[in-house]
Write a protein that binds this ligand. Sequence first.
Ligand SMILES: Cc1cc2nc3c(=O)[nH]c(=O)nc-3n(C[C@H](O)[C@H](O)[C@H](O)COP(=O)(O)OP(=O)(O)OC[C@H]3O[C@@H](n4cnc5c(N)ncnc54)[C@H](O)[C@@H]3O)c2cc1C
Length: 432
Amino acid sequence: MKPVDRIPRIVIVGGGVAGLLLATRLGRKLGRRRKAEVLLIDRGPTHIWKPMLHTFAAGTWNIFQQQVQYLAHARTNSFEFMPGSIQAIDASRKTIVLDDLVINGTLVAKEREIAFDQLVLAHGSHANDFNTPGVPDHCHFIDGQQEADAFNAQLRAVVARGFLNRQNIDIAIVGGGATGVELAAELSRLVELATAYGGQVSARKYLRITLLESSQRLLAAFPANVAASATRQLQALGVSVRQGVRVVRADAQGFVLEDGTRVDSDLKVWAAGIQASGVGGETLQRNRAGQVIVTPELSVDGVPGIYAIGDCSSLTPEGAERPLPATAQVANQQAQHLAKHLPDHVLHGRPIPAFEFRDMGSLVSLSHYNAFGTLGRLGFFDGTFIQGKFAQFSHAYLYRRHQFLLHGPLRASALWLADRANALVQPKIRIS
Ligand SMILES: Cc1cc2nc3c(=O)[nH]c(=O)nc-3n(C[C@H](O)[C@H](O)[C@H](O)COP(=O)(O)OP(=O)(O)OC[C@H]3O[C@@H](n4cnc5c(N)ncnc54)[C@H](O)[C@@H]3O)c2cc1C
């Protein structure tokens, strides 16, 4: 039986695009007035806006200036933060188990059990290597801050070697989705900017980027005109775009394709597909990509009190043929939906209404060179193709809006101003 004085506990696992927004909103609505305890759990200490991960990987934007410290943010928004990685869910006992917490080689906390009344899974996804031999051992993944940092360290070494020895910088990226396309453009920009530090050697002629995609076109989830424009722009930057090629193996020297030919490279990146990590002890229904299948109310069918949002979930809207894509836009809207309706459900037992996705369009940004996209259902503008400065502005706006929702107008404006000031006084790329 519940103790009478105990307030409900909402546990959110994963402080990404969806999870941090939800925790922030629920903290302000429920935590501040002690109507419910809101607990956010993440395996890392800081949040970043994942759609800009490729800029951190390329070193064209400073990751340290864009992090949100969970502990500090939790304090100002009336929720609790606990570092930890989810290991198992026991739906019948309403508990989750967190792994041993090890920080810099020190065991900080032993395996722990956390009770919940409501559990929201928002632990995202990572690239899917489809069990391709050699990929885990030889490829970089751009899935999180640590991976982006590891890639950047090696990138700086390879670029420096190219400059000093006047030798080719070979980079191969597998996966022509938004991550692969945006990363290829950002790497081109990095090398262009690096010329300023390389004794005026024009490194562009040494850079050879190959983008490998198994389907017949890049950006399969985007409209065809967006994909065609992005492909032309990449080719104009000198990127070798190879579509309809399947990688069957990776080794220390590069990739082996289905037809037996090779693409050799110094740096290999795997950015194809997505996969959500399973959690032990659970009986949640998942699809082939490991995403939890949810009902229109975003809850896990047959398991009361458990929800899944963002990339780790899969929702096929009524009448649709395919599930919603794994994008920041979907993650954001799902978080806002639960933030609006979960309080009434928790406090007054009101049912959560069905989530309706509003397609606001799709955008892909090719560094400072260009951006392409379509406007979503905005009445007159339905599906309009956009490019250039307006598309670049719209892409940048998505991040600023995320900051606005997390921090409010004053802090978000201060952060924007700080970025402008930093851009004036700091090098444009990470050089050490
Ligand atoms: C390079 C790149 C570019 C992209 N560009 C775009 C774009 O232009 N537009 C767009 O809409 N989308 C883009 N995306 C996709 C977008 O980033 C995701 O759809 C979005 O981040 C999903 O949000 P989420 O909250 O579900 O997961 P995430 O934002 O990935 O957050 C998941 C959180 O869960 C935590 N976590 C993971 N496992 C555990 C665990 N076991 N225990 C505890 N915590 C855990 C992680 O640390 C992380 O903080 C891009 C993705 C990448 C990688």
